[in-house]
Design a protein around this ligand. Structure first.
Ligand code: ACO
Length: 436
């Protein structure tokens, strides 16, 4: 019915409608055509205009963004142009968060001021503590986290002033500082231990470890290797462009909801096993396999369509996830302190077999960031229920940067996809007695 022709000379796409002979020239900009340009083409007389059908947005750019660049085929990840390897080696999480949020690496005075601002916002209102105490004794910490972040919108009604930049910046500082406190208290709640107040003498991750693990000692002293390893893991998870939870953040934020409500929605999206719950699923899978000898049998089952190899595959990366490579090095450093996680051998054997197997090679399935992160978290003493929560803490920076960018973008409106209706046509209402 239609003919398509790409003209590189004029950077246009020419579409010929064979039924009417009409020719449409659609401009190509930054490797895309505007979906709205298709509206001028009509599939039938009463059609309001041609649409694209793209379930799960596999080939639709929903925004322009200057935050994170991914080349999935080459395995490249850049935050604001800086390679993830360089940041993981030379930066800290708070410095990376500043970069992601404000576009440039901070100068020394800017970084000092930023760390001070975040440190001053780590406390939670006592009413938030009471709110958290109301959860069931064994509530999942991710459920507590996302509900409590939503609750913060009632503590900070000024957060609705999303059109003012200073107001947005205040909420950004509050969220980056308070999410670790909520996360740590969610953990303490789920194991029935008293909540630990922030220690502002410690670093961002040092204080987080303090709020998680402090017992009766007067001052908690984080192990420097574990403190740095957690910081590196936070850098790796800080942003990943338009993934499921970030898209949720942008979609909710596009209705001009306050950032606490939007972030609660993003955290809910992250909780699913195909996203932030993946490393939890990896550990459950490794436990289920149980021994290295049972790995080939497990791979056979996956290839037969019985389940997935969790921690493998990615919508965007079609080669080795660069974050997975860094995480493997971090794992060695952590295991040198904590002792080797006994599930590591099963993971290594799974990776070895899968990387040689045609099923995985032909589908370009490689380990993603979550294949090894769970093993590290477990070795550091985190229960599996905490894994998605540990992901949400650094991703808060990415969600907020994307939210802020969306609000500044004149092209954006309230998110509202279209549909292809496949249901019944109009029919007469049937009274309850006449229904069969
Ligand atoms: N194990 C086995 N087969 C897989 C896997 C896997 N982990 N992932 C994809 N496949 C297969 C699919 O069965 C499909 O095969 P087919 O063509 O024969 O039907 C093919 O590879 C393509 O899979 P899709 O589901 O279309 O790929 P998609 O891009 O939609 O999925 C996803 C990406 C969700 C990450 C997927 O690879 C997956 O489920 N992985 C396991 C869960 C996981 O590790 N998630 C973490 C992602 S990273 C993150 O969120 C931080």
């Amino acid at each position: 019915m239609w003919q398509l022709r790409l003209s590189h000379m004029s950077d246009t796409l020419t579409i010929t409608d064979n039924r009417t002979g009409k020719i449409y020239e659609l401009p190509i900009e930054q490797g895309t055509i505007k979906a709205m340009d298709l509206r001028q083409i009509r599939a039938s007389a009463d059609d309001f205009g041609l649409m694209t059908y793209d379930p799960a947005f596999q080939n639709t750019a929903a925004c322009r963004s200057a935050i994170t660049f991914i080349d999935g085929d080459k395995g490249i990840l850049l935050y604001r142009g800086y390679a993830i390897d360089d940041l993981a080696e030379r930066s800290t999480f708070l410095e990376t968060a500043y970069l992601i949020l404000f576009g440039e690496l901070p100068t020394a005075p800017q970084l000092e001021a930023w760390i001070r601002e975040i440190t001053l916002h780590t406390m939670l209102h006592e009413n938030v503590k009471k709110f958290m105490e109301g959860f069931q004794y064994d509530a999942h910490p991710m459920g507590i986290l996302l509900s409590t972040v939503g609750c913060l919108s009632t503590i900070y009604p000024d957060a609705r002033r999303i059109s003012q930049e200073d107001g947005r910046r205040l909420q950004i500082r509050r969220l980056i500082a308070k999410v670790p406190t909520v996360a740590a208290w969610a953990y303490r709640h789920s194991i029935g231990r008293p909540y630990v107040y922030p220690d502002n003498d410690l670093s961002f991750t040092g204080n987080f470890l303090n709020m998680l693990f402090k017992m009766t000692e007067l001052k908690y002293r984080p192990h420097p290797v574990l403190e740095r390893a957690l910081d590196v893991l936070f850098i790796l998870h800080a942003d990943h462009e338009q993934n499921c939870s970030t898209s949720a953040m942008r979609a909710i934020g596009s209705s001009q909801a306050d950032p606490y409500s939007a972030l609660a929605g993003a955290a809910a999206a992250l909780a699913g096993p195909l996203h932030g719950g993946a490393n939890e699923a990896v550990l459950r899978m490794l436990k289920e396999i149980g021994t290295v000898q049972r790995v080939p049998e497990f791979i056979r089952r996956v290839k037969g369509g019985d389940g997935r190899l969790m921690g493998f595959g990615h919508r965007v990366y079609k080669s080795y996830d660069p974050r997975a490579r860094i995480i493997k090095q971090t794992a060695d450093q952590v295991f040198a302190v904590t002792g080797r996680n006994p599930l590591l051998d099963i993971a290594l054997e799974l990776e070895r077999i899968a990387l040689e197997d045609d099923y995985f090679i032909s589908r370009k399935l490689y380990p993603n960031v979550d294949f090894y992160s769970g093993l590290i978290y477990q070795a550091m003493g985190f229960p599996v229920d905490m894994f998605a929560v540990l992901f949400a803490i650094p991703r808060t920076a990415g969600w907020l940067a994307q939210w802020d960018e969306m609000l500044r973008d004149a092209d954006q409106k309230i998110a509202r996809p279209r549909q292809v209706y496949t249901g019944a046509g109009r029919r007469e209402y049937i009274g309850i007695d006449a229904r069969k």
